[in-house]
Design a protein. Sequence first.
Lengths: 268, 250
Amino acid sequence: MPDSFTWEIMGLGFVAAILVGFVASYFGVFIVQRRMAFLGSGLAHAAFGGVALGILLDTQPLFVALPFTISVAIAIIWVRDHTGLAEDTVIGVMFSVAMALGVVFLFLKEGFSGDAYTYLFGSVLAVSMTDVVLAGCMVAATLCTFPLWGAWAYATFDRDLARTDRLRVVWHDYVLACAMSIVIVVSMKIVGMVLIAAFLVLPAATARMLSQSFRQMTLISIAIGVTTPAIGMYLSLFPDLPPGAPIILVQSAMFVAALVVRKQGMIK
Amino acid sequence: MSAPAIRVQRVSVRLGDYEALRGVSFEAPEGAFVAVIGPNGAGKTTLLNVLLGLQRPDQGVVEVFGMDPAKLPPDTLGYIPQLKTLDRSFPGLAIELVVTGRRRSWPWRISAADRAAALHALELTGVARLASRPIARLSGGELQRVYLARSLVRNPKLLVLDEPGAGMDIGAEAEMYHLIDHYQTASKATVLMITHDWEGARVHATHVLLMDRGLAAFGAPAEVAREDRLLNVFGYAGHQASTHRTPPDA
């Protein structure tokens, strides 16, 4: 069993993981239903470019990664809407550029940077009070967007129909992409860049298989998003793993269980 | 004399290098049933987008009930899109889709008033029994009826349909025309429908708009459906057997 000292160190990580799990699973339902999973992956790579710049500048990496990633998200949507290029093409270009910049920034930083490893694979020990406060602010901001749930769901179902009802779907695209950027950047320290796309998608994908309405999907996704990081982090204590991998494995196990439940015809 | 329901004057739209509409003009009176017909790429969908206020014309004037379509109150309009634009995997129920007609957003909860109105609209279109069925499990014909219910729940002055018969069998299509006729008679609404169904247009429409990027003809169905016009626009004027065919031996 982990001793009290370990629990003390892990406490902040647990709280932060549950908070980012809530936000990621909430936005995850839109990401899954709008088939934006690749955007999540692309923005995670872009965030790494921002983190690398922060490390190079010897400042708090998150504060650089945040505007950097939001800028990339806005650029992706803008280029998609103004060039007619497919979204996956634009994402592919943007994340490659951001990743390449990240490599250059890290190379310019003299000596090995352990921070970069933290952001790649996640680390509980690296979670600070600042990260927890940021995650708390993100939860508060997410709750503020809740009145937009209906509009986002409507545009997710049928974008053209929503436009005829004068919904500002393009504006909502930007808001969603910016929200995704913030979630990714704040979650990076815990889950790691490599696994963040799965962290955004798995709870919602699991919920989709268990739901008949979008409201149900949202609630189940949040339930999974809040519980699995706690379970995954607890499991990470025993072999002393970075927390990202156990969290994703727990979420994957739930995904497989939901798949079996659905295939057995227990849910239509 | 009242203003026309739809007034389109010398409207042109360019989409990049492509001229999707060229100098289109027509006026449809209130209560008209306008069938928009033309070959693929004739500009029908562009015209629809202009009338829905989703596309600004590069030139010309468009008015719907005397207003700029982009400023038209959404409740004035009932729009039934092509089924291909929606996400069939979306986890939603038929009644939730109908409620979007009243709320203009996807409902988190359905109030008693919204539920009653939605069920009434579903009853009008003969699919009240499908209210709690997931959208993914509705057939094309059932879904069109749910969409029609979604439009009727707001009692629109203008009903716009984009190829509503696509993917329907002839029985379901005839039933849909019957429902539209019934609503129009009761409400005096104006109907604009994009279709490839000449026969349906001839029987149900009061006006036919024949398009070929520009306007090829506008008027009563019998007036527009002349063989020379059809040949000119479609290069075709009806089915004709090219050879004498006999059934193969059993």
